[in-house]
Design a protein around this ligand. Structure first.
Ligand code: IPE
Ligand code: IPE
Ligand code: MG
Length: 242
């Protein structure tokens, strides 16, 4: 793997509604068009040797959207889990769901569960985290609650709680933090995505709307990442550890 390929890329896939609006189409058409971009992003990351790709598909706040839009998003998710199953397994991609899968419709839960279990049962070349009904704050609160339970039951002492112990209770436990965070459609905000994990991620915001985001855009973002000087609070050096 080239040193400039990020180990973990996280993407806030934004702009489906604006893409549809620009074509005088209903918002849901933007979500449908966005599915092709998902397939292309997964393929490209797998090809260039990314270890973890995390896609923000639906936030805890997105439940506030109109019912028909939420239903369309859920049915697209269901279709994605069924239609991409073969390719994901063939490509040795392990699928994980971050967030609150229990809030998703049962039929979606079953399809995702099958995908996660089937892909976990074999060796993998890349992990695909699907952040669904995901919120960074809620993930952090859950980790804090798990720690509190461990302390109450004397499995852990308060003075043993450090960053590593905390991170081990997050849903991304064991995975490297995102090196590169991409957000499409120009918005410069995190929208409750991976709040703990992006502490030192390089952020690339592109104006391209998610349904227009192709392989070349992803490769350009990776190139941009390669030009960044990562410091982690230290001084510029050849490597983060250097
Ligand atoms: C991203 O596109 C998809 C989801 C958040 C589910 P949006 O639906 O947020 O599109 P815009 O931001 O309204 O253009
Ligand atoms: C963030 O996009 C969530 C996803 C991309 C799934 P939003 O479109 O929901 O975020 P805001 O509302 O613009 O911050
Ligand atoms: Mg949006």
């Amino acid at each position: 793997m080239s040193p400039t390929v990020p180990r973990h890329i996280a993407i806030i896939m934004d702009g489906n509604g604006r893409w549809a609006h620009a074509r005088a189409l209903p918002r849901v058409e933007g979500h449908k068009a966005g599915a092709d971009s998902v397939r292309e992003a997964v393929r490209t990351c797998r090809e260039i040797g990314v270890e973890v790709l995390t896609l923000y598909g639906f936030s805890t706040e997105n439940w506030r959207r109109p019912r028909e839009e939420v239903e369309t998003l859920m049915s697209l998710l269901h279709r994605y889990a069924l239609e991409e199953r073969r390719e994901l397994l063939d490509q040795r991609i392990r699928v994980r769901v971050l967030g609150q899968p229990w809030r998703l419709p049962k039929i979606v839960q079953r399809a995702l569960n099958d995908l996660c279990l089937s892909s976990a049962a074999r060796p993998h070349a890349m992990t695909l985290n699907l952040a669904l009904s995901y919120g960074g704050r809620s993930e952090i609160v859950d980790a804090a609650r798990a720690l509190a339970e461990d302390v109450r039951s004397s499995r852990l002492r308060p003075d043993e709680v450090d960053e590593a112990v905390f991170a081990a209770r997050l849903q991304t436990a064991g995975q490297p933090d995102p090196d590169l965070l991409i957000r499409t459609s120009g918005e410069m905000r995190l929208s409750n995505f991976l709040l703990w994990q992006v502490a030192y991620s390089e952020i690339v915001v592109v104006d391209t709307l998610w349904p227009d985001f192709r392989r070349a855009h992803l490769l350009a973002a990776v190139e941009e990442y390669g030009r960044r000087s990562r410091r982690f609070g230290g001084v510029p050096g050849p490597s983060p550890e250097g």
